[in-house]
Write a protein that binds this ligand. Structure first.
Ligand code: ZN
Length: 724
C-alpha cells in the first residue's frame, strides 16, 4: 500500500484537497484487513488471561483504536461524498460502504469477540474500572445481545432469518409508498383550477408537467404538490381528491385500492418484530425498543404520552372550535372536512398572526447570527469559538474552520462550517463527526465536527453595472464589508439573510456539535453523541433552539443587516404568537402518532394479529380532536415506523423536547436572580453534567445531576403556549 494515500495519514485534520476518489477503496481495504487481524488477535480463544486493567486495554481499548483508524479515513471520505460529490466519488463511496457494512455486521455476529468482551466484564476488578470504561463494556455486551449473537441454536438462526426478512419487508414497505405516490396524478390545463395556489406552488406543478412532457400543470402526490394544494387551493373538490389519493396510498382504499397495498406487510412486520423481541427475552417489541432508550418501561412511555394528552387536548379542542367558526363564518364551509383543515388554518393564520418571513430575514444576516451563536456558547460554557489562526485544508472555498478553546486558551476542539447550498451537495442540515475525542496512551485526538447547512448564498447588488461576483465568503468573518478596490463603491453587499427557521436549524446543529466537541470522555464509542440513548440525543440540539426564541439572546445577534437596528418588539411578539398558533392541535397530532406506534408494538398479540385500524382508532379516541374519514389509511404510509428506525420510538421526538425545554427552564429560572438567561454558572453545570459525559452514564442520571430532579413537561407546555 502506497503511503501517500491521504486517507491513511494520521494528521489532526484530513487533507481534503488531496483526497481523490481513487484513494477511497484502497484505503478502506487496507484498514479493514488490519482491523480484521486486530479483532482475530483480541478474539482468539487462546489469548492469554491477564489482570483486569490489561484485559480492558487489550480487548476494549484496542477495538476503539481499530475503529478510530477506520473512522479517520471513512469520515472525510463519506463527508466528501455528501458535500462535494462526483460520479467517481459516488461509485467509490458505494463500493467502500458495502465493504464496511458487511464488516460491521460480521463483527456484530462474532461469538469469540463477544466471549472476549464478556471475559472483561466477568474478570475480578471490573467494578473498580472507571465509569466510562464500565459503560463501554456494558454497551458492547448489550449490543451483542440485541444482535442475537448471544442466543443458542436454533434461536440464533431463527433470529437471523427474522432480521433479514424484516429488512426486506421494510424496503418493500417504503417502495410501495413511493410507487403509490408516483402512480397518481392529475393533469390540469385550465389555470383557473389552481386558484389560490401561489406562484411558487404553481411553478412546482408546472415543473412536474414538464418532466412528463406535458403542458399545463401536474398535481402529484409529492410532498410539495400535496402541501400546495391542501394549504392553498380554493377548489374544494381538488383538495378532496388530493387528500383522498394521498391518505390512502399503498392501502386497500383510494384510487389505487389494493394495487400497492401494505396491509399484509404491516401484519408480517409486527408479527416478526414481536417474535424477535421474545427470542431476545423481551415481552414485546416496545420493551425491546426501550433497551437503548432513556425511558425504562412501556408504562412509563404511555404515562408520559397520556399526561401530555390530558394537558394538550382541551387547548386543541378550543383551537378546533375557533377554526370551525372561522371556516363557517368567513369561508362558507359548513362542516370542516379533513381536506379543509390546512386550507382554513392557513387563512386563519394570515388574518390573526400574519408574519412576513421575508421581512423578518433582514434581522438575521448570517455573519451576525454566527457571531451571536458563538457568543451564546462562549458565555454559557466558558469557551471561545474563533476562526482558525492558521490556514486549514478544505474542500470548497466557502468552507470555514473554527477552533474551540477553553477558558485557559487551550485548544479543545474544531468545527468545519459549510453553510451554503451548491450543486454536488446533499440537501438539508446536519452535524457529523470528523474526529472523536480519543486518548491513546500519551496521544490525544481532539474532537472535530462538520456543521453542514444549505442556506441561500449572499447576493451582491450593484446599482449600476451588474458585475456578478461570488461573495459566499462571509461565514465566520463578521459583517461583510464592501470591496476595497476602486469603482466598487456603489455596490451594496447584502450578506446571506436567514429565515428564523434557518436560524433555529443552525442553532440546533451547533447544539449537536457542542455535545460532540465539549465531551470529556476519551473513549469514542461512548463520548459525545455516540452511544447516547436516542430519545435523549436531541436534548443538546433542541436546547440550543430555545435561544432563538429568547429576547436576551436575540439581542446579541438579531440586528438589521444594514441599519444595525435590534429586532423590533412588535416583530418579536408576532413571532411568539405565530409559534403558538394551533400548537395544541399540532401536539395532539404528534401524540396520536406516538400513541398509535407505541400501543401497536406494546399490545401485539400473536393470537389476534396486528389490529392496525383498531389500534389507530383507540389512539384517536385518546388523543385526537379531529377525526378523518373511515377510509383514511394513514398507517399504510407511516414509513417512520414500518420503513425506518422509529418502531416504538416515535414518542422520542416529544420526549427529547420535554428534556430540552425543561433544561432551558433551568436557565430561565436563574435569569430571575442574575438577570440573564445566558448564565455562566448554570451553563457550566449543563456542560459538566450533560454535554461532557456522553454515554458514560444513563441520560436520566445526567439530567437529574443537572436539574436536581427528573424531567417535567411543564416547560414544554409553556413553550407551546399551553400552560394554564
Ligand atoms: Zn438533531
Amino acid at each position: 500500500m502506497s503511503s501517500d494515500n491521504p486517507l491513511l495519514g494520521n494528521a489532526p485534520l484530513p487533507a481534503f484537497s488531496k483526497i481523490r476518489a481513487d484513494d477511497v477503496v484502497p484505503a478502506i481495504d487496507a484498514i479493514l484487513a488490519d482491523y480484521q487481524r486486530g479483532i482475530d488477535a483480541i478474539a482468539s480463544p487462546d489469548a492469554p488471561r491477564q489482570p483486569q486493567s490489561d484485559a480492558f486495554d487489550r480487548v476494549m481499548l484496542e477495538q476503539e483504536r481499530l475503529d478510530q483508524r477506520l473512522a479517520r479515513a471513512w469520515a472525510p471520505a463519506s463527508h466528501l461524498h455528501a458535500v462535494a460529490d462526483s460520479k467517481e466519488l459516488r461509485a467509490a463511496y458505494e463500493q467502500a460502504e458495502e465493504k464496511i457494512t458487511d464488516f460491521a455486521s460480521a463483527l456484530g455476529q462474532n461469538r469469540d469477540l463477544y466471549a472476549a468482551v464478556q471475559a472483561v466484564a466477568n474478570a475480578p476488578g471490573f467494578a473498580r474500572l472507571a465509569r466510562p470504561g464500565r459503560a463501554l463494556v456494558e454497551h458492547a455486551i448489550r449490543d451483542f445481545k440485541l444482535s442475537g449473537v448471544a442466543l443458542e441454536e436454533p434461536a440464533r438462526t431463527r433470529f437471523r432469518e427474522i432480521a433479514s426478512e424484516l429488512a426486506k419487508l421494510a424496503t418493500e414497505f417504503s417502495n410501495a409508498v413511493l410507487d403509490a405516490s408516483d402512480s397518481w396524478h392529475e393533469h390540469i390545463e385550465d389555470e383557473r383550477d389552481l386558484a389560490g395556489i401561489p406562484e411558487s406552488g404553481r411553478a412546482v406543478l408546472r415543473e412536474y408537467a414538464r418532466e412528463r412532457e406535458l403542458g399545463g400543470w401536474l398535481v402529484t402526490l409529492k410532498q410539495p404538490a400535496v402541501q400546495a394544494v391542501l394549504t392553498y387551493a380554493d377548489s374544494r373538490s381538488l383538495r378532496e381528491r388530493v387528500y383522498w389519493a394521498y391518505q390512502t396510498r399503498a392501502s386497500d382504499q383510494g384510487p389505487d385500492a389494493g394495487k400497492f397495498d401494505n396491509s399484509t406487510r404491516i401484519e408480517k412486520i409486527l408479527a416478526l418484530r414481536h417474535e424477535a423481541a421474545q427470542l431476545l427475552g423481551f415481552a414485546n417489541a416496545a420493551e425491546e425498543s426501550l433497551a437503548t432508550k432513556m425511558a425504562k418501561t412501556p408504562d412509563e412511555v404511555l404515562a408520559f404520552l397520556r399526561d401530555l394528552v390530558a394537558r394538550a387536548k382541551p387547548v386543541a379542542q378550543r383551537e378546533l372550535e375557533e377554526l370551525r367558526d372561522y371556516a363557517r363564518n368567513e369561508l362558507g364551509l359548513e362542516t370542516l372536512e379533513s381536506w379543509d383543515v390546512a386550507y382554513a388554518s392557513e387563512k386563519l393564520r394570515l388574518v390573526s398572526y400574519a408574519l412576513d418571513e421575508e421581512q423578518l430575514k433582514a434581522w438575521f444576516p448570517l455573519p451576525s447570527v454566527l457571531d451571536g451563536m458563538f457568543e451564546v456558547a462562549g458565555k454559557l460554557y466558558g469557551i471561545a469559538v474563533e476562526p482558525a489562526r492558521d490556514p486549514v485544508d478544505v474542500w470548497h472555498p466557502d468552507v470555514r474552520y473554527c477552533e474551540v478553546r477553553d477558558a485557559g486558551g487551550r485548544l479543545i476542539a474544531g468545527v468545519y462550517l459549510d453553510l451554503y447550498a451548491r450543486s454536488g451537495k446533499r440537501g438539508g442540515a446536519w452535524m457529523d463527526v470528523c474526529r472523536a475525542r480519543f486518548r491513546d496512551g500519551d496521544e490525544m485526538q481532539l474532537p472535530i465536527a462538520f456543521l453542514t447547512c444549505n442556506f441561500a448564498p449572499p447576493v451582491k447588488r450593484t446599482s449600476a453595472e451588474g458585475r456578478p461576483t461570488s461573495l459566499a465568503r462571509t461565514a465566520g468573518e463578521g459583517r461583510a464589508t464592501p470591496g476595497e478596490s476602486g469603482g466598487a463603491r456603489d455596490e451594496e453587499i447584502q450578506p446571506a439573510l436567514l429565515t428564523h427557521d434557518d436560524v433555529q436549524t443552525i442553532f440546533h446543529e451547533f447544539g449537536h456539535g457542542l455535545h460532540h466537541m465539549l465531551t470529556r470522555i476519551e473513549l469514542p464509542s461512548i463520548g459525545g453523541i455516540d452511544g447516547v440513548e436516542w430519545d435523549a440525543v436531541e436534548l443538546p440540539s433542541q436546547f440550543m433552539e430555545n435561544f432563538c426564541w429568547n429576547r436576551q439572546a436575540l439581542d446579541l445577534f438579531a440586528r438589521h443587516w444594514s441599519s444595525g437596528e435590534r429586532l423590533p418588539d412588535e416583530l418579536f411578539d408576532k413571532m411568539l404568537a405565530a409559534r403558538h398558533f394551533q400548537a395544541g392541535m399540532f401536539l395532539c397530532r404528534q401524540l396520536e402518532f406516538a400513541l398509535f406506534d407505541f400501543l401497536l408494538h406494546a399490545g401485539f398479540d400473536p393470537a389476534r394479529g396486528a389490529r392496525v385500524m383498531e389500534t389507530l382508532e383507540a389512539a384517536r379516541r385518546e388523543a385526537a380532536v379531529l377525526y378523518p374519514p373511515a377510509w383514511q389509511r394513514f398507517p399504510h404510509a407511516f414509513t417512520h415506523i414500518f420503513g425506518g428506525g422509529y418502531a416504538a420510538g416515535y414518542y422520542s421526538y416529544l420526549w427529547a423536547e420535554v428534556l430540552s425545554a425543561d433544561a432551558f427552564a433551568a436557565f430561565e429560572e436563574h435569569a430571575g436572580a442574575s438577570g440573564s438567561v445566558i448564565d455562566a454558572a448554570t451553563g457550566a453545570r449543563f456542560r459538566d453534567e450533560v454535554l461532557a459525559v456522553g454515554a458514560s452514564r444513563p441520560a436520566l442520571e445526567s439530567f437529574i445531576a443537572f436539574r436536581g430532579r427528573a424531567p417535567q413537561p411543564d416547560a414544554l407546555l409553556r413553550s407551546y403556549g399551553l400552560a394554564s
